[in-house]
Ligand binder design. Structure first.
Ligand code: BGC
Length: 380
């Protein structure tokens, strides 16, 4: 027989061991099963700046996330910020998310990050603005050269209507943009310029006998305050400006504010905006902006997440084959644009193209038909 004190101690030790074993077992069991439970898939969409334009993309991202039952994260820097975009992408690569869609402000700088993600098995697509030299799997967004070209055709038509296109006249055109590296900005400006130069050569009223003076491009780095200041200084130096082009969403509104502040009557300068948002509609309604090129950015967010999800579920090749017409030769899904003004217009450009401009009401019905809530676009 053990002495009483020793047997008591032994009993306590045995109880302690049993308690530790039970608690440990429960913890191990809980840990094991929590590791086994499939985590929610995470998809990340990286935009370019804070603006109602991007809020519409975000709405598409969230809707797709909801429908698929996955986590769809949307992130933008406050203004153009290449470093912040890429460090954010890098941290999501480290978290091993299921897919990334990025609108690279600088496609060259983004390329190694895109390769890094792909090497780790994370599919990457571009939206809104492309990085075609990278290995991105597809681009989902506006065909920006064509969109800029259409903007140029309409600007020319409006200049004709106002009597600015006359033999020997000078037409001053200024372009205000938020990036000199992002491809969407460069392509839009190139398309716009080519359209105007083509029209000036082909227009039977002048047959090239006109002087087109190009001002800018002025770069505000997606900063609306800087955009306004630049627009004001251009108008101060060139009060006889003929055409103002707002390349990014907030550029048109910045021109409109500057025109108002400079005391230039609405409609005198032909202001062409990009996008239909709560920021872009008032300048149209007030008559400062005469037309805008509406992108379908809701679908960049919505289909962006859906395409990445399908890549997880079906495999990259299968998902791309289903979604991108002409894949693998073609890796671009053009979300399309609409030309919008306060009134419906139809005309044939000097280049021979037939152009239709939708009124705001027509555009609102179109948005409804497409399943985009018009209030998201500033159309109540
Ligand atoms: C462009 C985006 C840009 C946004 C800025 C849009 O027109 O497509 O790339 O970030 O304007 O507000």
């Amino acid at each position: 027989m053990l002495p009483k004190a020793i047997s008591k101690t032994l009993a306590a030790v045995i109880i302690a061991v049993v308690v530790i074993a039970v608690v440990g077992g429960v913890v191990a069991y809980w840990y094991y099963y929590s590791q086994q439970k499939p985590a929610k898939l995470v998809y990340v969409v990286i935009g370019k700046s804070v603006h109602p334009y991007w809020s519409v993309v975000e709405a598409g991202v969230k809707k797709a996330g909801q429908e698929l039952g996955v986590e769809a994260v949307f992130w933008v820097p406050s203004k153009e910020d290449v470093a912040a975009q890429l460090s954010t992408m890098d941290s999501y690569i480290a978290q091993k998310v299921a897919g990334i869609a990025i609108a690279p402000s600088d496609p060259g700088a983004a390329t190694p990050y895109i390769s890094k993600a792909l090497q780790q098995g994370i599919p990457v697509i571009t939206i809104d603005t492309d990085a075609p030299q990278s290995d991105r799997l597809a681009y989902l967004g506006t065909g920006n050269y064509k969109a800029g070209w259409l903007a140029g055709l309409v600007a020319w038509q409006l200049a004709k209507e106002k009597g600015y296109v006359r033999p020997g006249a000078t037409i001053k055109v200024a372009m205000l943009t938020g990036s000199l590296t992002a491809m969407n900005s460069l392509e839009r400006m190139a398309g716009f310029k080519d359209a105007i130069m083509n029209c000036s050569q082909k227009d039977p009223d002048i047959k090239g006998n006109i002087n087109i003076e190009w001002l800018g491009p002025y770069n505000d780095q997606e900063d609306p305050t800087q955009a306004l200041n630049l627009a004001l200084s251009v108008l101060q130096a060139h009060p006889d400006l003929t055409i103002a082009f707002g390349v990014y969403a907030y550029d048109g509104p910045a021109w409109a504010k500057a025109l108002k502040q400079a005391g230039i009557p609405p409609g005198k300068v032909i202001l062409v905006e990009f996008d239909v948002t709560s920021d872009n509609v008032p300048p149209l309604q007030e008559g400062y902006a005469l037309v805008t090129i509406g992108q379908r950015q809701y679908f960049m967010g919505y289909y962006g997440v859906k395409l990445l999800y399908n890549m997880t579920k079906l495999g990259v090749e299968q998902a791309l084959k289903q979604f991108v017409p002409g894949y693998p030769d073609n890796k671009i899904y053009d979300t399309g644009v609409d030309i919008v003004s306060t009134r419906h217009m139809e005309f044939t450009a000097p280049t021979g193209e037939r152009v239709t401009v939708l009124s705001l009401d027509e555009y609102k019905s179109l948005a409804q038909q497409l399943g985009i809530d018009p209030s998201l676009l500033g159309l109540s």
